[in-house]
Design a protein around this ligand. Structure first.
Ligand code: ZN
Length: 241
């Protein structure tokens, strides 16, 4: 089985369309999404609709839950909070009902999926060896997928120690042993590469391939500014931070 994995779309429709175009060329058997469909960006309903149509499995993320009002806004920085209030107001009934139906974790065949981590599926950032080890030890599937940090990662459990780290576009890993993988973010990358991120998994050939795709960043920035969303959310897209 071949699976395309996407995460952290953040209402960036142009990035999502570019990624789905690349995924269509690969014709995977399934598409999995690790959550944060909305928040930060200006096209939340269009992104919800596309993911609802296309994804075989979809998680909910902390930004989705804050926009729904299920989670409080107090842990957000001022820009994230302003964008969450904008998003809560912009979401239509169909998007609300879709997002409300989603779980924060899932366990399809071959894999375990969390928006954030196994210890805390909603909030914990897996960015340290300790956090990666904890999630690998709390799980048993050969492949564990997380999003949330917006940083593409590939970490494997060696002899008691985790090995691996950042997984820039073009990285391919052979899936021997157990792996913790973060595909990176479709709509707001933070690993220094502004291109939209996604991951192709092949469970038969046993590899993971980290992909990046260019998209019209200027269009997304124009929409953010027109919507009156914080300028910092538009400018960061150009640098992938
Ligand atoms: Zn996110």
């Amino acid at each position: 089985m071949r699976v395309a994995v996407i995460s952290d779309i953040h209402a960036n429709l142009h990035a999502l369309e570019a990624v789905l175009g690349e995924i269509d060329r690969e014709q995977p058997d399934e598409l999995w999404c690790l959550g944060d469909l909305v928040g930060y960006g200006a096209r939340p309903n269009e992104c919800c609709r596309l993911v609802q149509e296309r994804a075989d499995l979809c998680l909910v993320g902390n930004h989705d839950l804050v926009a729904l009002g299920t989670l409080g806004i107090e842990d957000f920085n001022p820009e994230a909070a302003e964008a969450a209030r904008w998003t809560a107001n912009a979401l239509d009934d169909e998007s609300r009902s879709f997002l409300s139906s989603l779980p924060p974790s899932a366990a399809p065949e071959h894999a375990q999926l969390f928006h954030a981590s196994a210890r805390d599926p909603i909030w914990e950032y897996v960015l340290t060896d300790e956090a990666a080890t904890a999630t690998l030890l709390l799980t048993t599937a050969p492949v564990v997928l997380v999003g949330h940090s917006h940083i593409a990662l590939a970490v494997t459990l060696g002899t008691g120690l985790v090995e691996g780290g950042l997984a820039p576009g073009g990285t391919t890993k052979e899936l021997e042993g157990r792996w913790l993988l973060n595909p990176g973010s479709v709509g707001q990358p933070r690993d220094g590469d502004p291109n939209a991120a996604w991951l192709l998994l092949d469970f038969e050939a046993r590899f993971a391939s980290f992909r990046r795709v260019a998209y019209p960043i200027l269009e997304t920035q124009r929409e953010l500014r027109e919507a009156g969303l914080p300028e910092a959310l538009a400018s960061r897209l150009a640098v992938g931070q």
